[in-house]
Design a protein around this ligand. Structure first.
Ligand SMILES: Cc1cc2nc3c(=O)[nH]c(=O)nc-3n(C[C@H](O)[C@H](O)[C@H](O)COP(=O)(O)OP(=O)(O)OC[C@H]3O[C@@H](n4cnc5c(N)ncnc54)[C@H](O)[C@@H]3O)c2cc1C
Length: 476
C-alpha cells in the first residue's frame, strides 16, 4: 500500500501493514483537545480478528497501543503518546436490525449520525445525541459513555447497550451481553454482565469491534422552543419547576432542558437568523417535547401556562418550532455558539490563551447555588468572559472560560480544579459526558476513592496485564 512501510509485521488482511509514514501518522496526532499525540505506528484493521491479531502482536513486542475512533475527544483520550495508534474507522460491519426484539448491531467504526439516520429510515430511534454525532464513531461513544441534550430524558449511552463484541489483549474476540431476564439477583450487580465495564473504559480494557443496542420506535412528533428569562437564576428556577411538573405526570414532559446564558444570547444576536432575542433577556432555556400527532396544542398550552405564571420570564417572546425549517433554524442558532467560541479561543492561542471548557455536573438541587459560587470564583480570579450553556436539566452546564493569555489560563485552570473538587464533594462528577482521558486525570482523585481506583486498576490488570492499552488515560 502506498505510504505504508515494508514492516515484516503483516496482519491477516495482507493489504494492512503497520503504517510508519510520518505524513500519514501526522493525521492521527490531533483530536479536539489541546494535546498532540506521537504514535510510532498506525494500524487500521477492518475486522475483529485483525484487531485481535494486532493486540497479540503488541503484547508479544511489548508495544503500547491506543485505540481511537474518529478522534473527536476533547480529553486527548484517543491520542497515542507512544507505541501504536489503532484506528477503528474501518470497523464498518453494516447495520443488522432485529425488529422483533428492537435491537440493532453495527460496526464500531460507523459514524453515530449515519447509524441513526439509517435506523430512522426504518422507523427506529436510537436516543444518544452528542453534539458531535456527525464526527464520532459508535465505538468512541461507548468507550466514553457519550450523552447529549436528550439524555435528560433518555440517559447516556450505557443505558442503551445490549451487547459488545470486544477484542482483548489475550488475542481473543468475545461477545459480552446483558442477561435476557428482567430480574437477576446473582452476584455483584455491577459485574453481572461486563457490558458496562467496557462502557466508559476509554480504550483501557479492550477494543470494541461491534456494538449492539436497544431501540425505540421513532417518536411521532416533537416540538422545540426557546424561552427567555431575565437572568440565569430565573432560568434555573424555571427548570426546577418544569422538573417538578414532569414528576407530577402533567403534560410537561421535556426530553431536554438546555441553558444559554447572556454571553450565548449575545453571540446568537450576531447571527443572521429570523429568531428575535428580546432586549434585556439574560438567559434562555431551550426545551423539546415529544407528542402524538395532533397533541401539539395540548403540550404547548401546558408550557404556555407555566411560562406565563413565571415572574422572570419573557413568555410572549418565546420562539416555538413545530415545523422542520424552524427546528433547523433553532438548532443552527444554538450550534453557532460553540462554533463562535472555538474561533475566539483559537485567536487567543497566539498569546498563550485558549478556551477552557468544563464538563463537571452536580445533583440538580445544588446547581443554582453552585453556579453562584462558581461565578464568584471566576470573578475573584479576574476571569470575565465566560459562556455557560448546556444540559442544566441534568445539573450539567458547560462553562466555557475565554482566557486571553497564559496568566489567565493559569488562573482559569485553578478555578476549574476548584469547581471539580467542589462538584465531587456535592456528589457530582468531574466529567458527565466527555470522559477523563489525559486532560482530566489529575482530577480523578476527587471523583474516585482509593478503593474505587484500586478496583478499577485490578480489573485493568486482569484484562491488560502488561498495561499496554491506552496508557495515560483515566488513571491519576
Ligand atoms: C464539537 C464537539 C462536541 C462534542 N459534544 C459532545 C457531546 O455533546 N456529548 C459527548 O458525550 N461528547 C461530546 N464530544 C466529545 C466526543 O465527540 C465524544 O467523546 C465521542 O464519544 C468520541 O468518539 P470518537 O469516535 O471521536 O472517539 P475518539 O476521540 O477517537 O476516542 C475517544 C476514546 O474512546 C476510545 N475508543 C474509541 N473507539 C474505541 C473502540 N472501538 N474500542 C475501544 N475504545 C475506543 C479511545 O481510546 C479514547 O479513549 C464533543 C466533541 C466535539 C469536538
Amino acid at each position: 500500500m502506498v505510504g505504508e512501510s515494508p514492516d515484516p509485521v503483516q496482519s491477516p488482511n495482507k493489504d494492512h501493514l503497520l503504517v510508519t509514514d510520518p505524513e500519514v501518522l501526522a493525521g492521527y496526532c490531533r483530536d479536539a483537545s489541546p494535546l498532540i499525540g506521537s504514535p510510532e505506528g498506525l494500524l487500521r484493521p477492518d475486522s475483529a480478528q485483525e484487531v485481535a491479531f494486532w493486540l497479540r502482536e503488541a503484547v508479544a513486542r511489548g508495544v503500547p497501543v491506543t485505540p481511537c475512533g474518529l478522534r473527536s475527544s476533547t480529553t486527548g483520550s484517543g491520542l497515542a503518546s507512544s507505541g501504536w495508534a489503532l484506528s477503528c474507522e474501518r470497523l464498518q460491519s453494516p447495520l443488522e436490525l432485529d425488529s422483533e426484539r428492537s435491537i440493532a448491531t453495527v460496526g464500531a467504526g460507523v459514524v453515530l449520525r449515519d447509524f441513526k439516520d439509517e435506523l430512522e429510515s426504518h422507523g427506529w430511534f436510537y436516543p444518544p445525541d452528542p453534539t458531535s454525532e456527525r464526527e464520532c464513531s459508535m465505538g468512541g461513544t461507548v468507550a466514553c459513555d457519550a450523552s447529549g441534550a436528550r439524555s435528560y430524558r433518555y440517559g447516556p449511552t450505557h443505558r442503551w447497550l445490549r451487547g459488545l463484541e470486544v477484542a482483548l489483549m489475550d488475542g481473543s474476540v468475545r461477545w459480552f451481553r446483558r442477561r435476557l431476564v428482567e430480574k437477576d439477583a446473582s452476584g455483584y450487580a455491577c459485574l453481572r454482565d461486563l457490558v458496562d465495564l467496557f462502557c466508559g473504559s476509554e480504550g483501557t480494557l479492550g477494543v470494541i469491534t461491534r456494538v449492539e443496542v436497544d431501540l425505540l420506535p421513532k417518536p411521532e412528533a416533537f416540538l422545540g422552543a426557546l424561552a427567555f428569562f431575565d437572568s440565569v437564576a430565573s432560568a434555573l428556577h424555571f427548570v426546577g419547576q418544569a422538573r417538578q411538573e414532569q414528576r407530577r405526570g402533567t403534560s410537561i414532559q421535556p426530553r431536554c432542558l438546555e441553558l444559554l446564558d447572556a454571553t450565548c444570547l449575545e453571540i446568537m444576536r450576531q447571527q443572521d437568523s429570523g429568531v428575535i432575542i428580546p432586549n434585556g433577556a439574560g438567559a434562555a432555556i431551550f426545551f423539546e417535547e415529544e407528542h402524538l400527532a395532533g397533541e401539539e396544542d395540548r403540550v404547548l398550552a401546558a408550557w404556555w401556562s407555566l411560562l406565563e405564571s413565571f415572574a422572570g420570564s419573557y413568555a410572549a417572546d418565546t420562539v416555538v418550532a413545530t415545523d422542520r425549517a424552524r427546528k433547523e433554524e433553532l438548532r443552527s442558532l444554538r450550534h453557532a455558539v460553540p462554533a463562535h467560541l472555538n474561533e475566539e479561543g483559537a485567536r487567543f492561542m497566539e498569546h498563550g490563551g485558549k478556551k477552557l471548557s468544563t464538563d463537571w455536573a452536580v445533583p440538580f438541587e445544588h446547581l443554582a447555588r453552585f453556579m453562584v459560587d462558581a461565578d464568584g470564583w471566576l470573578e475573584e480570579a479576574g476571569i470575565h468572559r465566560v459562556a455557560r450553556f448546556g444540559h442544566v436539566g441534568n445539573g450539567h452546564p458547560h462553562y466555557n472560560l475565554m482566557l486571553k493569555d497564559g496568566a489567565e489560563v493559569e488562573r482559569g485552570e485553578r478555578v476549574v480544579r476548584r469547581m471539580c473538587e467542589r462538584a465531587c464533594e456535592l456528589g457530582g462528577t468531574i466529567s458527565a459526558e466527555h470522559g477523563v482521558g489525559k486532560v482530566k486525570r489529575a482530577y480523578a482523585r476527587y471523583r474516585f476513592s482509593e478503593l474505587e481506583l484500586a478496583a478499577m486498576q485490578a480489573l485493568k490488570k486482569l484484562l491488560d496485564p502488561a498495561e499496554l492499552l491506552a496508557p495515560g488515560n483515566l488513571f491519576p
